[in-house]
Design a protein around this ligand. Structure first.
Ligand code: PLP
Length: 468
């Protein structure tokens, strides 16, 4: 696309007096808007003809990269598989047109979907009851921790104000605990990336009677299954704390194993990750919370109405379209894809933790550090080849983290194409490092100054005009 021809901003294409519409002559006489309700200055709107507007926005939309453009191996907060049929189901006017204040007897279908989804989630997780109200994973964490806090308070055990969080946890875990008014203690990971059980025992010996809960992510943020859960669960419960499961990315576990069976008391699931809602740019989401029997009476009211219903619809459509038999294939296929990429690239990218991973894994940058090519450079170069970058510089356990998650629906050809490009970039890093360090070369904008963008963001047209 030619940016000069179509302009960067619609305002820059504006010509005084130009219009993209023509209205019939007013046949109804005039109506005076009271003076105090009128604006003092004309609205500053761009004035453009129809084709300019259409081309401008069509070209802008083509600059977006999404799962529908190409492979998108982003780990953790990822865009997983979003089947198109779910969009059709969520958009059915019989559901999409409902109003949350409609009389109950007119929304029985929607109520049934909510109830049936909760029942499916109970079956998939081994927990007793779910609430669909939370609007995101972090909101679910807060809701779950509120349940745990109320549970301890109901027993007159107000001293329990500590939440144990592994150092590999997603940043929302400690943040949610803090928002809930609880204090956080971190437990270290072993060099194999899993929770250090001895360090945890030590913590519990010192603080056991103050522990409200331990939060765990499984598979953890490094994509590893936490094998010590039985021992951990026993120690925390003996100390009187509850076990919280961060199930944001539950896809590798579906139909394979269940948090409830592992001894967890409370969990959240990100429907927008595990159960297929496209959620770019921060929404929409839903973070249902599930609890063990006896804790459902502590569900707080955290949102008006019934949560994010269109996300609920997609999740239920996804579960039904896979069914009991095929939902079991999601985890093994995603795990196979991740391990295939890991093993195919570990001779050129640094693999800090050997062994089987689940649905995702982390490289610590290129193996050959002498080229000066960083994880950022690799990520930018991938854009030139038509691939979305993996998650970079997260988790914080390594300096050059490159976190890769291929979902279960990607074909072997797609994955082989990605492996080939990753190997090619490793070769370029040796032969021609400047080519990689100055990437991307084929995108409308090259490298932005991240620091300047964060410290001095220009977010309005007026600011941009003033800057020039
Ligand atoms: C994405 C994610 C969260 C937070 O979910 P949001 O919907 O972004 O609030 C929490 N934990 C883990 C492990 C995640 O991947």
């Amino acid at each position: 696309m030619n940016n000069k021809l179509y302009g960067n901003l619609i305002f820059e294409l504006s010509q005084p007096g130009r219009k993209g519409y023509s209205l019939p002559k007013n046949r109804f006489g005039s109506y005076e808007i009271p003076a105090e309700m009128r604006r003092e200055h004309e609205a500053e709107l761009p004035e453009c003809d129809e084709m300019t507007v259409v081309r401008h926005y069509t070209n802008l939309s083509a600059n977006n990269f999404g799962v529908d453009n190409g492979f998108y191996p982003l780990g953790s907060c990822t865009m997983k598989y979003n089947p198109k049929i779910n969009e059709e189901v969520a958009a059915l006017p019989q559901f999409a047109g409902l109003h949350p204040l409609q009389p109950k007897e007119t929304v029985q279908g929607a109520e049934a979907v909510c109830t049936l989804l909760c029942r499916s989630l109970c079956e998939l997780t081994g927990l007793h009851a779910f609430t669909l109200k939370p609007f995101a994973g972090a909101h679910g964490e807060l809701t779950g921790l509120m349940v745990i806090k109320k549970y301890h308070e109901s027993r007159g055990d107000e001293a329990r104000r500590l939440v144990i969080v592994p150092d590999s946890a997603h940043g929302t875990n400690p943040a949610s605990a803090a928002v809930c008014g609880l204090d956080i203690i971190e437990v270290k990971s072993l060099s194999d990336g899993t929770v250090d059980v001895d360090a945890l025992r030590e913590l519990l010996t010192q603080h056991g009677s103050e522990v409200a809960a331990m939060m765990m992510t499984n598979p953890n943020t490094l994509g590893l299954f936490e094998r010590q859960i039985p021992a951990i669960e026993q120690m925390v419960h003996e100390a009187g704390g509850l076990m919280y499961y961060d199930g944001a990315n539950l896809n590798p576990m579906l139909g394979v194993c269940r948090p409830g069976d592992m001894g967890f008391d409370v969990m959240h699931i990100n429907l927008h990750k595990t159960f297929s809602t496209p959620h770019g740019g921060g929404g929409p989401g839903a973070g249902p919370v599930g609890v063990r029997k006896g804790l459902e009476e502590f569900f707080p009211t955290v949102s008006p109405y019934h949560g994010n219903f269109a996300v609920v619809m997609r999740a239920y459509a996804y579960i039904l379209s896979l069914g009991r038999e095929h939902i079991k294939e999601v985890g093994p296929l995603a795990t196979l894809n991740a391990n295939y990429i890991k093993e195919s690239l570990k001779d050129v990218y640094e693999l800090p933790i050997e062994g089987l991973c689940k649905h995702e894994f982390v490289f610590d940058g290129l193996k050959d550090k002498s080229t000066g090519v960083t994880t950022m450079d690799v990520a930018k170069r991938l854009l030139d080849y038509g691939y979305h970058a993996p998650t970079i510089y997260f988790p914080l356990l390594f300096h050059e983290s490159l976190m890769i998650e291929p979902t279960e629906n990607e074909s072997k050809e797609t994955i082989d194409g990605f492996i080939q490009v990753m190997r090619q970039i490793a070769e370029e890093a040796k032969a021609n490092p400047d080519e990689v360090k100055s990437a991307p070369h084929n995108t409308p904008i090259g490298r932005v100054d991240d620091v300047l963008a964060a410290k001095h963001p220009i977010v309005t047209f007026r600011q941009m005009k003033d800057e020039r």
